[in-house]
Design a protein around this ligand. Sequence first.
Ligand code: AMP
Ligand code: MG
Length: 497
Amino acid sequence: MTLLAEDTEAADLGLRWKPGFATLGPAFLTELRPTPLPDPYWVGRSEAVARQLGLPPDWHASQATLAALTGSLRIAGTRPFSTVYSGHQFGVWAGQLGDGRAIMIGEADVGNDAGLEMQLKGAGRTPYSRGGDGRAVLRSSIREFLCSEAMHGLGIPTTRALCVTGSDARVRREELESAAVVTRVAPSFIRFGHFEHFAANQRDDELRALADYVIDRYYPACRTDGRFGGNAYAAFLEAVSERTATLLAQWQAVGFCHGVMNTDNMSILGLTIDYGPFQFLDGFDPRHICNHSDTSGRYAFNQQPNVAYWNLFCLAQALLPLIGDQDLAVSALESYKTVFPQEFEGRMRDKLGLADAAEGDRPLVEGVLKLLAAGKVDYTIFWRRLSHYMADGNAEPVRDLFPDREGFDAWMLSFSERHATVDLGQAADLMLRSNPKFVLRNHLGQQAIEASQEKDHSGVATLLALLETPFDEHPGHDAYAGFPPDWASTIEISCSS
Ligand code: AMP
Ligand code: MG
């Protein structure tokens, strides 16, 4: 299906649309139409997201929907647009960026106050494309689709993805690749960079309008909770800092490396956003760099919590004209420094099966991380095997993972002592709910991508089903929970997507 759409023709997705972000007005966005991708086909679909949107069960049955989600057909009741933002990339002010390939369809009314925004990523050039072609390749689109659903399955805040739609149209990256569109969904796609944009251009009226919009819609308590002597903008900065701290604690606990934590890739709602060269750690290496383009290791795994704070500092600077008092801004930011360690320790206690905190928990966590790093022990497999040990008492499969057996035995002794007064059944339950069996390892994504490039999309569906419920055993699928093959370490993932 190509370019047949008349202006009068429109697909009806059966959704009701709310005014949403567009009410902010033309200073924030440009209305436009997606550029059609020819002869589209389905690559992957999330029925869970479809249900969340309130789409009818047969939502994907019509050619019109497929055409609409690849830009060939207008969606009834919508006026698509792209938004403007700026940002710091790799620590340097990059000036104006904006949605260079994401086109917002609108905000679907899902019965909540907030609604759900829907975007087509890869749907063609926009006024913010700069030198880019406005497209996304199949490879990176499958990665974003699977990983956003995987993060949701892990209980980590994230943008979601309804589907990936592909086309044989070619786009040039390092080589020619096929194009695709991800239909992404989130309560809001607003980034730190949206605020930085208006602050940098000294457009205080727009800055205030944006902050008021976000506070009223997503952080209404900031108006009423009386924190910071009723300064709602300081309370807002604190709330964003807390959500970001919680998010980073979850990333660090599960072993997720984002790869491009530029301020334009930081969600104002504390969601994981803009999946690029991300990676779940295989062997535990705190200094792991997952982005092949990140030569200095700015976004290495163990740098992420500090980088998030640095990014929040940029947001604080942008909000300063509204907060009006530097000391208030600094104290709002400070919450990050208490919430991050608290949340991280809480998550690590869950992983260790400890329902309550006790003195000595920190050395227990630090001790095991040190051992894991020294042996480059597989992070996900270790925690899952430790959870099974708690259930069946067999320590050998865990012990086998460590080259330093004596070091491991010493740690196990303190671990067992800590569990002496704990209900082991409850501890095992907590651990099996906190330590996933399945994560989206690079090589698993790569295998599904290569099959999809040959038109077999079944691997995407299989992975999606496992990653949606990653704490379940899924009998018969142990191969997806095994060690990565040797070639996994040769996969190079850069910003090119
Ligand atoms: P990212 O690193 O993917 O978050 O992208 C950084 C900026 O580059 C954003 O403004 C994107 O919209 C833009 N961008 C990335 N790839 C493309 C592309 N192929 N065409 C147009 N803009 C792009
Ligand atoms: Mg981005």
